[in-house]
Design a protein around this ligand. Structure first.
Ligand SMILES: NC(=O)c1ccc[n+]([C@@H]2O[C@H](COP(=O)([O-])OP(=O)(O)OC[C@H]3O[C@@H](n4cnc5c(N)ncnc54)[C@H](OP(=O)(O)O)[C@@H]3O)[C@@H](O)[C@H]2O)c1
Length: 299
């Protein structure tokens, strides 16, 4: 199959190339898809750069997000058949013609492959962080980084749960965050004061998707570190903040994303679509840190 691969950690544009490699196959509990779209996430270029400490022992396909058509069903899998359109999270890479998924949900018919293929990581993460907070309908949550992939999904999942959402973004993304249904405010220094002005009744929970130092403000606003979750500030655990990086239950959370997609309560703007050959450019754009929505690779 055609796939983007790298054999040494480094700058994505330098170390990634498209070549023919052996196809992967679905193991027990897995499905293989013919990939129609593969979303780009910051973790992809972090891994290619070697920032997570992993160094490839053999040509390695990057990427986790994928949507496509099931063409192999592994032993023990129930509820998925050859020909189904699904989206989810891959093991062994997704920037390729075929990918093996370890967690997936059925793609609603009306949802394009690029949108579904961009939600495997950010959609699952959004449900995960809000489950960890466990806020009741009517509560108020602050989402730092509301204009990014995880933030956009988190805002919409929170609104669907009946929460009031205050979302931070850069100056150019204030109207965009408002269009999602959140109260926008700029990110960065002074956050706690700006949020207090927007939420005179107080803040019940905080989600840090950006890892840019907002957790102290979020703890101050909520009055309790246990009411703050971060996905990107791994030093924040020492404050008592909840730090989450994955765990189990991805398929259940993806099923909830599929429901929201089917109901029209979750949308994800596609900020750019790239052929596999331009994976280095896609990763560079993600790395610049201000994509409004998701970038998607099409094999
Ligand atoms: N632990 C996990 O399970 C998990 C899962 C998924 C992602 N992550 C990590 O979470 C992070 C975000 O992922 P993503 O996919 O949402 O990235 P993304 O799409 O690149 O979004 C980045 C966001 O950060 C915002 N931002 C930039 N500078 C900021 C600042 N100084 N303060 C606050 N926000 C700022 C951007 O806003 P503007 O563009 O409006 O400035 C944008 O909303 C990445 O580090 C990723 O690796 C972790």
């Amino acid at each position: 199959m055609r796939a983007a691969v790298y054999t040494a950690a480094g700058t994505p544009a330098d170390v990634l190339s498209v070549t023919d490699i052996d196809e992967p196959h679905a193991g027990p509990g897995q499905v293989r898809v013919a990939v129609r779209a593969a979303g780009v996430n910051p973790i992809d270029w972090k891994i290619v750069r070697g920032l997570t400490g992993k160094s490839p022992a053999a040509p390695t396909v990057p990427g986790i997000d994928a949507a496509g058509i099931v063409d192999e069903v592994g032993e023990g899998v129930t509820g998925a058949r050859v020909g189904d359109a699904v989206f989810g999270q891959a093991t062994g890479g997704s920037a390729a013609q075929f990918a093996v998924l370890t967690a997936w949900a059925t793609k609603p018919d009306a949802v394009p492959f690029d949108v579904a293929g961009a939600l495997g990581v950010v959609g699952e993460t959004a449900v995960r962080v809000l489950d960890l907070l466990g806020l009741p309908s009517g509560a108020t949550v602050v989402v730092d980084g509301a204009s990014g992939g995880v933030g956009i999904a988190t805002v919409q999942v929170a609104l669907a749960r009946g929460l009031t959402v205050i979302g931070t973004a850069g100056e150019g993304n204030q109207d965009f965050v408002r269009s999602l249904g959140a109260l926008p405010t700029p990110h960065g220094p002074g956050l706690a004061d700006r949020v207090r002005a927007l939420a005179p009744g107080g803040v019940d929970g905080g989600v840090d998707t950006a890892g840019r130092g907002s957790v102290r403000d979020l703890v101050e606003l909520t009055g309790d570190p246990a009411k703050v979750v971060t996905i990107a500030d791994f030093g924040a655990a020492e404050l008592g903040v909840q730090v989450t990086g994955g765990g189990s239950g991805q398929a259940e959370r993806l099923a909830r994303i599929a429901e929201l997609l089917a109901d029209g309560r979750l949308e994800m703007p596609i900020a750019g679509t790239f052929p596999l050959e331009r994976i280095g450019a896609a990763y560079a754009e993600s790395e610049a840190g201000h994509v409004r929505g998701k970038l998607v690779l099409v094999p």
